[in-house]
Ligand binder design. Structure first.
Ligand code: SAH
Ligand code: SF4
Ligand code: F3S
Length: 460
């Protein structure tokens, strides 16, 4: 292909700035298809906000769009194939409307760069995870010149300045505090797709939260791949940040995700306990595997015993702590015995929610090259077994909520008067309520409790 304007790590950024045309979107609709974690979901919001400044309007279906973007995740299973097959479904649309432009971003864009365009000619442009703010410029270029473009260069030297861009923040919103990851767990592609770890300046985060409060936000979730390694330019750590958000803003509720067990320290536990009026008692603490041998091969930097000791300490310090976790089954070299260690960990700790996945070899990662890969049917069997064990446990664990009165922050109420909100324990709660409750924290008495949903009634 001759007309690919490549701007990757190996090629310097060469998009002429004069392409930036704020009106390029006039009369054009944009449809963004999003996969992956909260980072990607938040990035999609950012893309919509930036494209709105270039006068694109969001549309609900690809059929209505002049611009389609796939914001793809590459953490597991054949993500590139998923992108190609989704793009394939747009073939007829492109035949009908040759002006339609298709772009790919997110972690797959970062990982594959120009390969995507080479392998799927329906794709017009690709952009990386550090290049979102350049999206209006890139899109202008693609529409105005009709050439293909790739912009997937990590901005290693640029500071991490990303004030939250969200169109309708609603009651609860995400605030990025760190980007990237330097941990290099041997199974994980994130350090390659999100680059080196960087923290936002503390003052920017506080300002962001205050601005969101003015827009009606009551709850923020501080977001990063490994929030506990947050480090501000003047030496404040994550516990300091959390305390400052609690004390120096009027936010009602604070959550955060994701924590790394090796960096979760006692100081943070005390900050959570001391500010429980604002900081929710729910912690997502991925353990990945219950066997120390496997943890070592994963490069997680903690043993089973260290993890359990930390959990016990947390349970002591943080009243009513609620836990969830991420687990990988069938990591290379995992024996039945190792797997049983994972099952017993789930039982011993008592997670109300688990996110468990079959190990999937990822490009660039060390574990993909390990020779003792586990057969697919074994991984499958182990995963199903783990879910069966956890399902039973989860029903037992949530039974305690029946007849309890929980404080629910109401996020929405539908036309039938069904109100939805979350409790501080991060439980989804449904009850009958009216529109004026949106944004308010109300007491709800729980009548039925299942692992994913609690149903109750408003305490008048
Ligand atoms: N930063 C977070 C995890 C981000 S990725 C942490 O360290 O906990 C989200 C989850 O995807 C991981 O916790 C892990 O359970 C899962 N995951 C990552 N790479 C994977 C792979 N190659 N195969 C299967 N699951 C994977
Ligand atoms: Fe991936 Fe490990 Fe970093 Fe989490 S801490 S993003 S699992 S490398
Ligand atoms: Fe996926 Fe990238 Fe998130 S790989 S899980 S979208 S950081």
């Amino acid at each position: 292909m001759t007309d690919v304007n490549v701007t990757t790590e190996e090629n310097s950024l060469n998009i002429p700035k004069n392409y930036l045309n704020n009106d390029v979107g006039l009369g054009r609709g944009v449809y963004i298809s999003t996969y992956g974690c909260q980072m990607n979901v938040n990035d999609t919001e950012r893309m919509h906000s930036l494209l709105e400044m270039a006068n694109f309007s969001p549309v609900q279906t690809p059929e209505e769009a002049s611009l389609i973007i796939i914001n793809a995740c590459s953490v597991r299973e054949k993500p590139v194939h998923k992108v190609y097959s989704e793009v394939g479904t747009f073939k007829k649309l492109k035949e009908k409307n040759p002006g339609l432009k298709i772009g790919v971003g997110g972690c797959v864009g970062q990982q594959e760069k120009e390969n995507l365009i080479k392998n799927q000619p329906l794709i017009d442009f690709v952009f990386g995870t550090d290049n979102i703010d350049n999206l209006p410029n890139l899109v202008s270029q693609v529409f105005e010149t009709g050439t293909k473009a790739v912009n997937a260069k990590f901005e290693h030297r640029a500071p991490y300045h990303v004030e939250t861009l969200v169109r309708n923040p609603g009651v609860s919103t995400f605030v990025n505090i760190t980007k990237g990851c330097d941990n290099f767990c041997t199974f994980c592609i994130v350090p390659y797709t999100r680059g080196r770890e960087k923290s936002r300046p503390l003052s920017h985060i506080l300002l962001d939260v205050r601005t969101l409060i003015q827009r009606g936000v009551k709850e923020v979730t501080l977001l990063g791949q490994n929030v506990n390694s947050y480090k501000s330019e003047d030496g404040h750590d994550f516990a300091d940040l959390l305390k400052k958000v609690a004390l120096e803003t009027d936010i009602e509720r604070i959550r955060y995700t994701t924590s790394h067990p090796k960096d979760f320290n006692e100081k943070l536990m005390h900050v959570m306990a001391d500010h429980q009026d604002k900081i929710c008692e729910y912690v997502h603490l991925p353990f990945q595997a219950g066997s120390t041998k496997i943890l070592e091969r994963m490069n997680r930097n903690y043993t089973r015993e260290e993890y359990i000791a930390k959990i016990n300490q947390m349970k002591k310090i943080i009243p009513n702590l609620v836990l969830s976790t991420d687990i990988i089954v069938g990591f290379p070299g995992e024996t039945e015995e190792d797997f049983n260690d994972t099952v017993s960990m789930v039982e011993e700790v008592g997670y109300e929610t688990i996110f468990a996945f079959m190990y999937s070899p990822r490009p660039f990662t060390k574990a993909a090259k390990f020779e003792d890969q586990v057969a697919e049917e074994v991984k499958n069997r182990r995963l199903n077994y783990l879910f069966d064990v956890h399902d039973k446990l989860a029903f037992e664990l949530v039974a305690k909520y029946k007849d309890q009165t929980l404080n629910v922050l109401v996020e929405s109420v539908n036309e039938q008067g069904k109100a939805f909100g979350r409790s501080t324990q991060n439980k989804s709660v449904y009850f009958l309520g009216s529109n004026d409750l949106i944004g308010k924290t109300v007491p709800v008495r729980i009548m039925t409790a299942t692992p994913n949903v609690l149903r109750g009634e408003l305490v008048q």
